[in-house]
Design a protein around this ligand. Structure first.
Ligand code: S3P
Length: 197
């Protein structure tokens, strides 16, 4: 007898209390906690989770930092856009983007129509402290002064992040507290207004 096909990307559908689109995209700077919070939000909603950096590594056959350093930022952005397009075609999914994804013009087409976007806000100081303790981010680690690099990048990107439907502050909150705020905001969000928690 053949075992029924199972797919780790298709968790059981359970009522999320949300109205369509059943797609959530987390944006924000490096170190905002998009991947950790994204997994928690997906668990709470009973949806699947996609980490774009992991998808890029899979598509490129190498870790993200190797792709950026070895093949260049431009190639990395192409792979990231491709991974983002594929993820945005899925249903009942929480997508954690890389920090630069939301600032690329081509990635914004349809984002706010096809998904609910959530900006996880973090200060440059916290971002630098958090990334120092985790996987390598060449955009900060290869800079002579990571804090100044973070401040400059964040200045450039803030208007893009701020276009999100929902903004959640991550300072002095645990990942689970942030995830609870995200779910609360998703349930209260109406398309007519922006929400900040
Ligand atoms: C980047 C952020 C990283 C990763 C890459 C580039 C950026 O992802 O995509 O190092 O341009 O901000 P995280 O935001 O998950 O750290």
């Amino acid at each position: 007898m053949t075992a029924p096909a199972s797919n780790e990307h298709d968790p059981p559908v359970r009522p999320s209390g949300l109205s369509p689109p059943f797609r959530v995209v987390l944006v924000g700077f490096m170190g905002a906690g998009k991947s950790t919070v994204g997994q928690l939000v997906a668990q709470k909603l009973g949806w699947s989770f996609v980490d774009l950096d992991e998808e890029v590594a899979r598509l490129g056959g190498a870790p993200v930092e190797e792709i950026i350093r070895g093949r260049g930022l431009r190639r990395f952005r192409q792979l990231e856009s491709k991974a983002g397009r594929a993820a945005l075609r899925r249903d009942r999914v929480v997508i954690a983007t890389g920090g630069g994804w939301a600032a690329q013009a081509e990635n914004k087409t349809g984002l706010n129509l096809n998904a609910r976007s959530v900006w996880l806000r973090v200060t440059p100081e916290s971002a630098v402290a958090r990334v120092a303790a985790s996987v390598c981010r060449p955009l900060l680690e290869d800079a002579p002064d990571p804090l100044r690099a973070a401040e400059a990048l964040l200045r450039e990107r803030t208007t893009h992040y701020a276009n999100s439907h929902i903004t959640i502050d991550t300072e002095e909150r645990t990942p689970d507290e942030v995830a609870c705020k995200v779910v609360e905001a998703l349930r209260n969000h109406s398309k007519r207004r922006k929400l900040s928690l």
